[in-house]
Design a binder for this molecule. Structure first.
Ligand code: BES
Ligand code: ZN
Length: 934
């Protein structure tokens, strides 16, 4: 089986330097992967000394003041024993874990200093030192002169009396105690204690035991867990044996695990619980799903179990490599910060991301499970087996998994057509951020990423969604087969590329943003320009390519595919793109390219005609693209807002989900900007006209809305139809949801289909008062055993229009007895999305910033989401001043992983102010006219 390895010198010999070019890195991965699988690389031979950080000021030049480890010691094996105690210490009331660790490492460069990561651990002293040092080779180990914990950089520092000698191996022994807090990071416990689990990525392994906590410092781990009788212990490896022991007069169990593969610390996992499991096996790999006993008993693990084997097989074939481990455990965890985590052999999930129950789960919940399993399983190879050298290349890891998750899910559920959804879920999503002057390139410089907060900040939409979009584009122009081959010996000469792959990809990876391609079908001119949401924004980030890209253009003429074209310069002329009077051009077919498209007025008019008369001539993804491009080109003042609004006229004929969803996402912006102004009324009147036919269509299809449609996309669009119809005040819709909700309150029997629950609950609570809210809250508390249902209620509770209920709910978000910590920031964002809740949430966040930051600042996505979420409606000078004031007032506390999001919010607010000023009149007129047109 493959040993762990990562990009190394061998790759360098092939002319590839990790961290420079995207393609270089992809090739690097593939080459290492295909040629070196099974070999045991020496991970150190080529490590260079780290450069001093450029972004983080360092207080001194001492090695322990630098965030990066020196390269002189290399871990080989760890032997770690941990004992998480699930009852509080009677004297302190704290939950703790006890641990001991032996790490064997090799010295590759003489040194008299040992630095090893350690955070929030207290050590047992041996002869006044925090550790014991021994030798495992012929030379003697020097004595420890002094030892201390360096808080800021998170090290255990050992100064030695003599030197460790190059080529020799040493052993470090420590005993320590850590707090088993309910803080969702490192080794932690559930708030309601029944289990302890871990979340190491990116830098919290050091919170569980002292370790060389960098991804390239791969080692073998021997793990032992001590736990209560009646509980089960899990870790990355299979358990070898569990024995009964007596420790300090307590009857306990000791579980010893098989040695792991050579792996990074961030992929470790230790779990103690009384959970139940179901399992099967596929070609000798044991697959198990763990969850709370009641969830397993209710069959909620079955869907995940059924899909895991096939997805695993799919990726084996995709990567052309067998799954590297003998087992694959997946476990649903009640308190979990991210959605899921790819610990090697023991993947952890939020409950809602793994558990499926027909009685409670919507089709969207189900899709999420299939894609998230695919995403995490994809990491088992890409990320775990083959690992990037440092976090600056994270985008490749997460972007790749975020692209192939669609392929894996599509394989598991071929009927759903999920691969199309990348357009909404990733491309449109990240376009909104990547169009800002405060965006950043996919790849970062190694020396710019140093602190844990800087590392956490990389887990953003750029890494995930732009990464996925750009890799999809690459895979499309290379063809999926070539891409899959790992570009190894890919004979790109046959592909007729305009430049080397490296040069093409560098334009997408090394510079931020993306182009808008403008096609003039009169002259045949095709040109590009950096797309900025605010055309007046000042771009201060320099670009090595001057904001030009090498762009693959797939296009059609009057519905027929043409030979693809490459735009390699600022502007070119293509005879082929000249259109006659009755021809029209559509570019970026199926939106495989990461760019927007603009046309001459004539061609725009023709496209709108086709939409009106025969929209099916345009592929459904491109109908969505036309809407999304038009609205965003209008925001950037490249076309008029009226022209963008005109693209929505055909929606009365549209039945497909993807274009509707794209329209709703863009109209959402109008709601955000105008739902407190006089535009609101006419806008509602117009939209109710557009959505009524859709509402009617699904009503017919579903026997008066009493069922849900068969198709996956139809199921989604039925939800769109109902939520927009209710939102625009269609009486029939409102009556429907009120009746359903009332019936539930009266009879205590919930007959609302899971697909429709979120929107039905939300609308009923919005229309109702205290009675409806309290009922939903009581269900929320009661349903705590089914996270899937609780999540829907938690969202819907944010929909009330009563300020006092919203304020009370805001208070609940910071009380873990009411709202789980993992859900706190998402709930605040839900409240801010409500027009009545917006200012309440903003006041709340400002008033509590330092508390929120200290208690909830650790999570990775949640913080940038919070900052973006509570400010997304901002569109006045006053709000902008408040936002700037907020930034100034809290500069001492900081914004952690929300730092970038704050700058993005300021930029977005500035753009919104200008947009509203310039467009309000037009928009009001347009809606008024169109609402009255027959
Ligand atoms: N490696 C991440 C989990 C993670 C995120 C750890 C941030 C630490 C910080 C995992 O592979 C992941 O990407 N999870 C996603 C799910 C996915 C389907 C996008 C998540 O948690 O949302
Ligand atoms: Zn991931």
């Amino acid at each position: 089986m493959g040993k762990g390895f990562f990009i190394s010198k061998t790759v360098g010999i092939l002319g590839i330097i990790a961290g420079v070019g995207a393609l270089a890195t992809i090739i690097a991965l593939s080459v290492v992967y295909s040629q070196e699988k099974g070999k045991n690389n020496n991970q150190n031979e080529e490590q260079t000394t780290s450069k001093p950080p450029t972004t983080t000021p360092i207080p001194s030049n001492k090695p322990w003041d630098k965030y990066r480890l020196p390269k002189n010691l290399v871990p080989e094996t760890y032997n770690v024993t941990l004992w998480p105690r699930l009852t509080p210490d009677p004297t302190t009331g704290l939950y703790t874990f006890l641990g001991s660790s032996v790490v064997d490492f090799e010295c590759v460069e003489d040194t008299d200093l040992i630095l090893i990561h350690s955070n929030k651990l207290n050590y047992t002293e041996f002869e006044n030192q925090l550790a014991r040092l021994m030798s495992v080779s012929s030379v003697e180990a020097p004595a420890i002169k002094s030892s201390w914990l360096q808080g800021v950089t998170q090290y255990l520092v050992l100064e030695l009396d003599g030197t460790l000698k190059k080529g020799h191996k040493y052993r470090l022994y420590t005993e320590f105690i850590g707090e088993l807090a309910d803080d969702l990071g490192g080794f932690y416990r559930m708030y309601i204690v029944v289990m302890a689990t871990t979340q190491m990525q990116p830098t919290d392994a050091r919170k569980s035991f002292p370790c060389f906590d960098e991804p390239a410092m791969k080692a073998y781990f021997f793990i032992t867990l001590i736990h209560d009788r009646g509980t089960t212990a899990l870790s990355n490896g299979k358990d070898i044996e569990t024995t009964e022991i007596n420790h300090d007069g307590q009857d306990l169990l000791k579980t010893v695990f098989e040695r792991t593969e050579k792996m990074s610390t961030y992929l470790l996992a230790f779990i103690v619980s009384d959970y139940d499991s179901i399992g099967n096996s596929i070609d000798g790999v044991e697959i198990r799903i763990f969850a709370r006993r009641s969830a397993i008993a209710a069959g909620q693990g079955q869907y995940a179990l059924n899909k895991t084997g096939p997805i695993l097989k799919f990726f084996e074939q995709y990567y052309n490599a067998t799954y590297p481990l003998p087992k694959s455990d997946q476990i649903a965890i009640p308190d979990f910060n991210a959605g899921a985590m790819e610990n090697w052999g023991l993947i952890t999930y939020r409950e809602t991301a793994l558990l499926y129950d027909e009685a409670f789960s919507s089709n969207s919940n189900k899709e999420k499970i299939a894609t998230i399993i695919a995403h995490e399983l994809a990491h088992m190879w890409f990320g775990n087996l083959v690992t990037l050298r440092w976090w600056n290349d994270l985008w490749l890891n997460e972007g790749f998994a975020s692209y192939v998750e669609y392929l894996g899910a599509n394989n598991a559920e071929p009927e759903w057509n999920v691969t199309d959804l990348i357009v909404l879920g990733d491309i449109h999503r990240v376009f909104a951020i990547d169009a800002l002057a405060s965006s950043h390139p996919l790849s970062s410089k190694e020396e710019d990423i140093q602190t844990p907060a800087q590392i956490s900040e990389l887990f953003d939409a750029i890494s995930y969604s732009k990464g996925a979009s750009v890799l999809r584009m690459l895979s499309d122009f290379l063809t999926e087969d070539v891409f899959q081959l790992g570009l190894r010996a890919a004979d790109s000469s046959k592909l007729e590329l305009p430049d080397t792959l490296d040069n093409i990809m560098n334009t997408w990876v090394l510079q931020m943003g993306f182009p808008v391609v403008t096609i003039n079908t009169g002259t045949g001119s095709v040109s590009q320009q950096h797309f900025l949401l605010d055309p007046e924004a000042v771009v201060t980030t320099p670009s090595p390519f001057n904001y030009q890209w090498i762009i693959p253009i797939k296009w059609m003429m009057t519905g027929n595919m043409q030979n693809p074209l490459w735009l390699t310069s600022k502007s070119e002329t293509s005879e082929a793109m000249k259109a006659t009077q009755d021809q029209w051009v559509l570019a970026n077919v199926n939106m495989v390219g990461y760019y927007r498209v603009n046309y001459d007025d004539d061609n725009w008019a023709k496209l709108l005609d086709v939409l009106q008369s025969n929209h099916q001539l345009i592929p459904r993804i491109n109908r969505a693209q036309i809407l999304d491009d038009a609205f965003n080109l209008a925001r950037a003042k490249i076309i008029s807002t009226v022209q963008a609004l005109n693209t929505t006229k055909y929606l009365s004929n549209e039945r497909d989900y993807i274009p509707w969803k794209a329209a709703l996402n863009n109209l959402d912006f109008f709601y955000l900007m105008f739902d407190r102004s006089e535009v609101y009324g006419p806008m509602q009147d117009y939209l109710v006209k557009k959505v009524s036919p859709l509402f009617e269509y699904y009503k017919q299809m579903t026997d008066n809305s009493s069922k849900v449609p068969d198709g996956h996309m139809d199921q989604y669009n039925q939800v769109n139809a109902i939520s927009l119809a209710c939102r625009t005040g269609l009486e029939e819709c409102q009556n429907l949801v009120m009746t359903w909700f009332q019936e539930w309150m009266d009879t205590d029997t919930n007959r609302i289909h899971p697909n429709l629950r979120s929107t039905v609950y939300c609308n009923a609570i919005a229309a109702g008062g205290k009675k409806e809210w309290d009922f939903a809250w009581s269900q929320f508390i009661k349903n705590d055993s089914t996270a899937i249902e609780s999540d829907k209620l938690r969202y819907a509770l944010s929909c009330t229009k009563q300020p006092w209920l919203l304020n009370r709910y805001l208070e609940y978000t910071l009380d873990p007895d009411m709202i789980r910590k993992q859900d706190a920031t998402a709930t605040i964002v839900d409240i801010a999305s409500n027009v009545v809740g917006q200012s309440l949430a903003w006041d709340f966040v400002r008033a509590r910033w330092s508390y929120i930051f200290s208690q909830y600042g650790g999570g990775s996505f949640s913080f940038s989401n919070l900052v973006n979420g509570v400010t997304k409606r901002f569109s006045t000078e006053f709000e902008l001043q408040q936002l700037k004031q907020f930034k100034a007032d809290n500069s001492d506390v900081g914004f952690g992983s929300g730092t970038l999001a704050l700058d993005q919010s300021i930029e977005r607010t500035i753009a919104n102010i200008k947009w509203v000023e310039e467009n309000k009149e037009n928009v009001l007129d347009w809606f008024t006219t169109e609402a009255n047109a027959q």
